[in-house]
Ligand binder design. Structure first.
Ligand code: ZN
Length: 125
């Protein structure tokens, strides 16, 4: 039953269990995202899923303007995880203007519009 789920479904299943899991190539050792059936670096189909370390940094960030009555401004950030993969996310618990490129973050599974999603918060310490 190893391949019963496609790569994308498998990633989302991880999220629904509160886990950020990433495929890592058995041949070249690199992780990638979005999940694919073969490694985008070397083409191997021999992949093993690992749980992400949960750390990373902000790669780029954009402030999305929104009326205060709709929840106020928020940020959309491209974050780079410790596994050298990038994904779209949002840094919570901080004003959008305070989200800086290179800022260390912790990633966790949160909730956007009722769906599990990868969110970030500023790394502690
Ligand atoms: Zn590879």
């Amino acid at each position: 039953m190893e391949n019963a789920l496609g790569p994308d479904a498998r990633f989302r299943e991880g999220l629904s269990n509160g886990q950020i899991n990433l495929p890592q190539c058995d041949e070249c050792g690199k992780s990638h995202f979005f999940p694919r059936v073969n490694c985008p670096h070397c083409g191997s189909t021999s992949l093993t899923w690992h749980r992400a370390a949960g750390t990373g940094e902000v790669h780029t960030t954009t402030t999305v303007r929104r009326r205060p009555e709709s929840g106020g401004d928020y940020n959309v950030s491209m974050v780079e995880l410790a596994e050298n993969v990038r994904m779209m996310s949002r840094v919570d618990g901080i004003a959008p203007a305070d989200v800086k490129i290179g800022m260390p973050i912790t990633v966790f599974v949160g909730d956007i519009d009722g769906n599990p999603a990868v969110l970030c918060k500023p790394a502690e310490g």
